[in-house]
Design a protein around this ligand. Structure first.
Ligand code: AMP
Length: 215
């Protein structure tokens, strides 16, 4: 199963993508996670990406194209993947088409998760992450066992620089302008399934599983 996940920042895309990959036994390919890991480790890609990620802007397509081609060519992605955060622009749709064409595979479905903007801002404002291992918490809906520290490694949790309020607004603007057209383009190809991302994660996951049956 080869799936793409689209949705505004904070809609719960990452959480749902992980649940789906666990149930389908395919890798979760999150371009945001790959970039953040590269930034933590100081890799060449991480150094190129930092200024864009921290400002809530998109990393240039040349960087993203190489990154996605390399990741999808790895053996664990041969029989399927859930792609989370790519493509994010109409130009990236062509990049993905090329990469998949070279691998001789096609997409099965594209899910777009939707939620009202005020819900998104609330979710992102409460998000906290572990700077050491990238684990994600939420002050209300998924708090750590001891306030402010990572359950796995005890590191003090931080707010992602791009979860600051003005950067959230920038990211939502980028989504509306550049990524919503991606959903429309996949709708024209008959691949898009829209999923209501409101409510608790179990309810959203149930809707997603129903959406999968349409594949
Ligand atoms: P995410 O975790 O998916 O919200 O991604 C965090 C940030 O990584 C975005 O705000 C962008 O700066 C960058 N990023 C992730 N995926 C892409 C992509 N496909 N194209 C360009 N930039 C990306």
């Amino acid at each position: 199963m080869r799936l793409v996940f689209i949705g505004p920042p904070g809609v719960g895309k990452g959480t749902q993508a992980v649940r789906l990959t666990d149930s389908l036994r395919v890798p979760h390919v999150s371009t945001g996670d790959i970039l953040r890991q590269g930034m933590r480790e100081g890799t060449a890609v991480g150094r190129k990406a930092r200024e864009f990620v921290d400002a809530g802007k998109l990393v240039p397509d040349e960087v993203m194209g190489d990154l996605i081609a390399e990741r999808l060519a790895k053996p664990d992605a041969r029989d399927g993947f859930v792609l989370d955060g790519f493509p994010r622009t109409v130009a990236q749709i062509s990049i993905l088409d090329d990469v998949l064409g070279r691998l001789g595979v096609v997409l099965d479905r594209v899910f777009v998760l939707v939620a009202p903007e005020q819900e998104i801002v609330r979710r992102l404002g409460g998000r906290r992450v572990c700077p050491q291992n990238g684990e994600v918490y939420h002050v209300e809906s998924h708090p750590p066992k001891s306030p402010g520290v990572c359950d796995s490694c005890g590191t003090a949790l931080i707010q992602r620089p791009d979860d600051a309020e003005e950067v959230i607004r920038e990211r939502l603007g980028v989504y509306a302008e550049l990524t919503e057209p991606v959903a429309s383009a996949y709708a024209e190809r008959g691949l898009l399934v829209e999923i209501d991302g409101t409510g608790d994660p179990d309810a959203v996951f149930e809707r997603l599983q129903q959406g999968l049956e349409e594949v």
